[in-house]
Design a protein around this ligand. Structure first.
Ligand code: KIV
Ligand code: NA
Length: 271
C-alpha cells in the first residue's frame, strides 16, 4: 500500500531506491520499497552522460511514466531536472505540475537551498505539491562544489548544511535527502529536523536510506564507498548474452521447443 505523507513521517526507517523503467519499478514495488525515486541519476546510469546536468524535463517524464505503470502503489518521487526550478517561480511551478500531471508522481525533488530554491519549495508545497529537498553533495551543481567529494567536513561547511536543513524544512519540504556528508553531521541534522532525513553516503543515523538501482544490483562497473552491491547483475547479464551468442553460432538455439510446427499436408502443397 502506498504510504501517505503523515505515515512517511512516522514510519522510519524509510527505504528508497531509484527506478527508471517498468521492470525496475515492478521489482522495487514487489520488494516493498517505501519510496521510489525517478532520479536524474538517470543521466549517468541509463543514458550514459557523465553528469545529471543534461537530463531534461522530457527525459524525467518519459521514464517516470514507465515507472508509475510498474509501481502503481508506491510513493513516487521524481527529480526536477537542473534548470527547471531556477528561473522563477512560474517556471518551477509549471515544471512540477507537468511532472505530476503527466506521470502520476506523488512528489518532486529538487536540490540545494539557495534563496531561489527555497522560494520554489515554498510555492510548490503551499500549492499542494509535496517537495523533497536534497542537500550536501548535490550532483546537479557538483562542478561548483569542486567535484564529487564529501561535503560539510569543516565548521563553515557543516554549519551551512545545518542551516540549509532548517531552511528547507521551514520552506515546507516534507523530507530531505542528505548526500555524502559525515555520519555525525547527518545525525545532528536528523536529531534537529522535524522531517525525515534520507541518507546516501550519510551514515546510519538518518531516518531513511536511498540507493541507486544499478548500484544495489551491481550493474554499474564502478564500486562506490557509499553503496553496497547486493548482486552482480551486470556480470550475469554479460554472461547470459555471451551464452546466447554462443548458442546461436553453435546452432543450439533455437531448439525444437522454441519452434512452431506446420502440418505435413499443408507443407506438401507448397512444394
Ligand atoms: O538522482 C538520484 O538518483 C538521486 C539520489 C541519489 C538521491 O538524487
Ligand atoms: Na538526483
Amino acid at each position: 500500500m502506498k504510504l501517505t505523507l503523515p505515515e512517511l513521517r512516522r514510519e522510519t526507517p524509510l527505504v528508497m531506491v531509484t527506478a527508471y523503467d517498468y521492470p525496475g519499478a515492478q521489482q522495487a514495488e514487489r520488494a516493498g520499497m517505501d519510496l521510489i525515486l525517478v532520479g536524474d541519476s538517470l543521466g549517468n546510469v541509463v543514458l550514459g552522460y557523465d553528469s545529471t546536468a543534461p537530463v531534461t524535463l522530457g527525459d524525467i517524464i518519459h521514464h517516470a511514466r514507465a515507472v508509475r505503470r510498474g509501481a502503481p502503489d508506491t510513493f513516487l518521487v521524481a527529480d526536477l531536472p537542473f534548470g527547471t526550478y531556477h528561473t522563477g517561480l512560474q517556471d518551477a511551478m509549471r515544471a512540477a505540475v507537468k511532472i505530476i500531471q503527466d506521470t502520476g508522481a506523488d512528489a518532486v525533488k529538487l536540490e540545494g537551498a539557495s534563496p531561489e530554491v527555497l522560494e520554489a519549495i515554498k510555492v510548490l508545497s503551499r500549492n499542494g505539491i509535496p517537495v523533497m529537498a536534497h542537500l550536501g553533495l548535490t550532483p546537479q551543481t557538483e562542478v561548483s562544489l569542486g567535484g564529487r567529494k564529501v561535503q560539510g567536513r569543516d565548521e563553515a561547511g557543516a554549519q551551512k548544511i545545518l542551516e540549509a536543513a532548517r531552511a528547507v524544512e521551514d520552506a515546507g519540504a516534507f523530507a530531505v535527502v542528505l548526500e555524502v556528508i559525515p555520519a555525525r553531521l547527518a545525525r545532528l541534522i536528523t536529531e534537529r529536523a522535524g522531517i525525515p532525513t534520507i541518507g546516501i553516503g550519510a551514515g546510519p543515523h538518518c531516518d531513511g536510506q536511498v540507493l541507486v538501482y544499478h548500484d544495489v544490483l551491481g550493474v554499474s562497473d564502478q564500486d562506490k564507498k557509499i553503496a553496497k552491491r547486493y548482486a552482480e547483475l551486470g556480470q550475469l547479464a554479460t554472461e547470459a548474452l555471451r551464452t546466447y551468442a554462443d548458442d546461436v553460432r553453435s546452432k543450439v538455439f533455437p531448439a525444437k521447443e522454441n519452434s512452431f510446427i506446420i502440418k505435413d499436408e499443408v507443407l506438401d502443397k507448397l512444394y
